[in-house]
Design a protein around this ligand. Structure first.
Ligand SMILES: Nc1ncnc2c1ncn2[C@@H]1O[C@H](COP(=O)(O)OP(=O)(O)OP(=O)(O)O)[C@@H](O)[C@H]1O
Length: 628
C-alpha cells in the first residue's frame, strides 16, 4: 500500500478537513513548485510609437517609449514607477510580449538564444483591470486553471492540493466557495495572481496590482509578491505612486518620465542617486514623490540630466548586483521584439487540444447554469413574443383570406429571431473578451479550443429558445400540424439565429458595446431591404436582382414560406363565397418565391453560417493575437 501524507483541505463551510494525499501527489506538487529556473531579463533600446491624430492620410507618429534600456534581475521584486502617462504599462506590455506592434529594440532572456514567445512561455501577466469569470467560485476558477495549465497526467488530487496550497498562501481559503463577482477588490487581485501562479511561472508581470486597493490590501498584495520573488521568481510590477512603506517592499525600482528612464537601481540607492544628481530630497518627503514632482514640474533640462546620468537605463551603477550582460554572446541572445520573429515558434499548451475543449465546455455549461437571469430573460423573451404574436394572429395559418397576413407573421418571426440573436451577443460578448484575452495570452488554452467550445456551448441555447418560440407561435397561428413543416421551419430559424449570433460575436469582438449595437442593427438593413418582403426582385432593375439571392433574410424567409406552403400543400380553407388566394402555387408566384428552392436556401444558409463562423474566428484572432 502506498504511503499517505496529510494535507489540510477545507470543506464547504471553510472548516479544516484532513485530506490524505498520496505521496506521489505531494511529490508532484513539490516538483511543480521547484521546476522554475530563475530568469533575468535585460532589454535594450526599446522604442514604441503610436499614431498621432486621426488623419488617415498623414502617418504622424508619437514616440511613447524612447530607446529605453534596463534590467529586471532574476529573483528580484522590481517596481516600474513614474508619472501618469510616462509609459509604464507600455513598457510592461512590451517586455511581457503582450504588445508587439510598432515596437523596436532587443530583449535578452538569461543570455540564451530566445525570442519573445519563449519569454511569454515563462511568464504570467496580470493586467491592470483583470477580468475574472464572475460566475465561478474561487475553487472552480482555480481548478479550471489547474486543469488546463498543468500537465494532463497529473492526478486530480495533486492539482487540488496545489490549488489549496496557493490559496492558503493568498489567504483565500476561507472564501473558496464564494463567487468571484462577490469578492472584494483585494481578494479579486489576489485571485488573479493565484490563477497565474498555478503553472509556477518564473517571471510575473503585474500592471498596477495595487490600483483600487486600500493601503492595507495594497501592502498585503505587495508582501505576497515580494515573497514570490524570494522563492526565485522575477516579479515586475508597475505602480503609480508608491508610499515609502510600499516602496521599501521592492528590491529595485525602474523609473520612467516621458518615455525615458530617469532611474534604475535598488530602492536603497534612490536617495544616494538623487544626491549624486544634486537633488536634495527634503526630510520626511517620499523620494519617489519628490522625483515624480521633478519629472512633472521641472524643466526639460532637468529630466535630460537624469536620463543622461542613468544613460536611459543602460547604466547598472545603482543596481546592487548588476548582471554582467556583456558576457552574453550578443548575436546568439539578441532577439528583436518584432512580430516576424515572435511568430516563428508555435505556442505550446500544457494540456492537449481535446482536454482544453472538454474543460472549456464544462466551464461554459457551469456558467450558463449559474447565469439564471440571462437564461430566464432569454426564455421569457421567446415565450412572451411567441404568445403575443400567436395571440394577435390567432389561427390565421390556413385561412385563404389571411394568406398575406400570415406571410407578415412569418417575416416577424425572422425579424425577432434575427435581432434577438444579434443584439444579445453584441451586448454580452465584449464582456467575455478581456477574460479570453488574458487566459489565451497566458497560454491557458488555444483560441481554436475556445472558439469550438463556445460554438458548441451556444448551440443548445439557440435550439431551446427558437424551438420554444416556434412551438408556441406555430400552434397559435394555426400553421399546418405536420412534423415535417414544423421541423423545416424551426431548423431554418435556428440557422438564422446561429448566423446572426455569430455576426453579433464578430461585431462585439471588433467594436465596443454602443458602437457595436448601432452598427450591428444598422448593418442588417441591406439584408432586410433585399428580403423580398417589401420589394420583389422582379420589380427591381436587373443589376440589383443578385442582391436578393445574397440576402440571408430573403433566403431564410423563403425557406420558411416554402416549408409552410410548399411541398404539395392542400389549398387554404375558404370561409367566404370566393377566395382569390386559395392555391399555394398561385400565392408563391405572386410573392416571387420558387417553391422548389428549399434545398438551395438551406444550403445557402449553411454555407453562410460556415463563413460567418470563420469570420468570427478571424475577428477574434485579429483582436486577441494579431492586434498587439
Ligand atoms: N494606442 C495608443 N494610441 C495613442 N496613444 C497611446 C496609445 N497607447 C498609449 N498611448 C499613450 O502613451 C503614453 C503612455 O501610456 P501608458 O499607458 O504606458 O502610461 P502609464 O505610465 O502606464 O500611465 P498610467 O500610470 O496613467 O496608467 C500615454 O500618453 C498614452 O496616452
Amino acid at each position: 500500500m502506498s504511503e499517505k501524507t496529510s494535507v489540510v483541505r477545507y470543506d464547504k463551510d471553510g472548516g479544516k478537513v484532513d485530506m490524505k494525499l498520496q505521496n506521489e501527489d505531494a511529490a508532484s506538487c513539490v516538483r511543480l513548485r521547484n521546476e522554475a529556473d530563475p530568469v533575468g531579463i535585460h532589454f535594450e533600446n526599446i522604442s514604441c510609437s503610436v499614431r498621432a491624430g486621426l488623419s488617415f492620410w498623414r502617418n504622424e507618429r508619437k514616440l511613447i517609449l524612447k530607446s529605453v534600456s534596463g534590467d529586471f534581475e532574476a529573483g528580484k521584486f522590481t517596481a516600474i514607477i513614474g508619472p501618469s502617462g510616462s509609459g509604464k504599462s507600455t513598457l510592461m506590455d512590451i517586455i511581457s510580449g503582450y504588445r508587439l506592434k510598432d515596437v523596436t529594440g532587443n530583449v535578452y532572456v538569461n543570455g540564451s538564444q530566445s525570442n519573445i514567445k519563449q519569454l511569454t512561455k515563462k511568464s504570467g501577466y496580470i493586467m491592470q483591470d483583470d477580468k475574472l469569470q464572475q460566475l465561478l467560485t474561487i475553487e472552480e476558477a482555480m481548478m479550471f486553471a489547474a486543469n488546463v495549465k498543468l500537465r494532463a497526467n497529473l492526478r486530480i488530487s495533486a492539482k487540488r492540493a496545489m490549488v489549496m496550497e496557493i490559496l492558503k498562501n493568498f489567504s483565500l481559503v476561507d472564501h473558496i466557495h464564494t463567487l468571484t463577482k462577490n469578492l472584494s477588490g483585494g481578494q479579486r487581485k489576489r485571485l488573479a495572481i493565484a490563477l497565474e501562479l498555478i503553472s509556477n511561472p518564473p517571471v510575473l508581470f503585474l500592471d498596477e496590482p495595487t490600483s483600487g486597493l486600500d493601503s492595507k490590501a495594497a501592502k498585503q498584495c505587495l508582501e505576497i509578491l515580494r515573497q514570490l520573488s524570494f522563492e526565485g521568481r522575477t516579479v515586475v510590477c508597475s505602480i503609480h505612486q508608491p508610499s515609502t512603506l510600499m516602496l521599501n517592499l521592492f528590491h529595485n525600482a525602474y523609473m520612467l518620465a516621458d518615455g525615458r528612464c530617469v532611474y534604475q537601481g535598488s530602492v536603497n540607492n534612490f536617495l544616494p542617486f538623487l544626491t549624486a544628481n544634486e537633488l536634495e530630497c527634503p526630510v520626511y518627503h517620499n523620494p519617489v514623490e519628490f522625483l515624480i514632482e521633478i519629472c512633472v514640474f521641472a524643466p526639460e533640462t532637468h529630466i535630460n540630466g537624469l536620463v543622461n546620468s542613468i544613460n536611459n537605463g543602460k547604466s547598472q551603477e545603482w543596481l546592487d548586483n548588476p548582471t554582467c550582460w556583456t558576457s552574453i554572446p550578443l548575436e546568439k541572445s539578441r532577439e528583436n521584439v518584432s512580430r516576424k520573429n515572435s511568430k516563428v515558434q508555435r505556442i505550446q499548451y500544457a494540456t492537449p487540444f481535446f482536454l482544453q475543449l472538454f474543460h472549456l465546455l464544462k466551464r461554459i455549461f457551469l456558467i450558463s447554469s449559474r447565469d439564471r437571469f440571462l437564461t430566464y430573460l432569454a426564455l421569457g423573451a421567446n415565450i412572451a413574443t411567441g404568445l403575443a404574436l400567436g395571440g394577435f394572429f390567432y389561427n390565421i395559418g390556413n385561412n385563404a383570406k389571411k394568406v398575406f397576413v400570415n406571410l407578415n407573421v412569418v417575416f416577424l418571426w425572422v425579424m425577432f429571431v434575427m435581432y434577438n440573436a444579434l443584439t444579445s451577443r453584441v451586448v454580452t460578448f465584449p464582456n467575455e473578451l478581456p477574460v479570453i484575452k488574458r487566459e489565451h495570452f497566458n497560454r491557458w488554452y488555444s483560441l481554436k479550443a475556445y472558439f469550438i467550445a463556445s460554438t458548441i456551448g451556444d448551440i443548445p441555447v439557440q435550439v431551446i429558445c427558437v424551438s420554444l418560440f416556434m412551438s408556441i407561435v406555430y400552434y397559435l397561428t394555426g400553421q399546418p400540424v405536420e412534423i415535417k413543416r414544423f421541423s423545416y421551419s424551426t431548423l431554418t430559424l435556428i440557422l438564422i439565429a446561429i448566423i446572426f449570433q455569430d455576426y453579433g460575436i464578430c461585431v462585439g469582438t471588433l467594436l465596443d458595446v454602443q458602437t457595436g449595437f448601432i452598427f450591428g442593427v444598422f448593418s442588417t438593413f441591406p439584408w432586410v431591404m433585399f428580403s423580398g418582403f417589401f420589394l420583389y426582385a422582379r420589380d427591381t432593375p436587373q443589376i440589383f436582382r443578385k442582391l436578393f439571392d445574397l440576402s440571408i433574410v430573403r433566403r431564410g424567409f423563403e425557406a420558411i414560406v416554402i416549408s409552410l406552403i410548399g411541398f404539395d400543400r392542400k389549398p387554404f380553407a375558404c370561409y367566404d363565397v370566393f377566395c382569390a388566394f386559395r392555391f399555394p402555387e398561385f400565392v408563391s408566384r405572386i410573392i416571387d418565391i420558387d417553391l422548389d428552392n428549399f434545398e438551395k436556401d438551406i444550403m445557402f444558409l449553411v454555407i453562410t453560417l460556415l463563413i460567418t463562423k470563420l469570420c468570427c474566428f478571424f475577428a477574434l484572432m485579429y483582436k486577441i493575437s494579431w492586434k498587439r
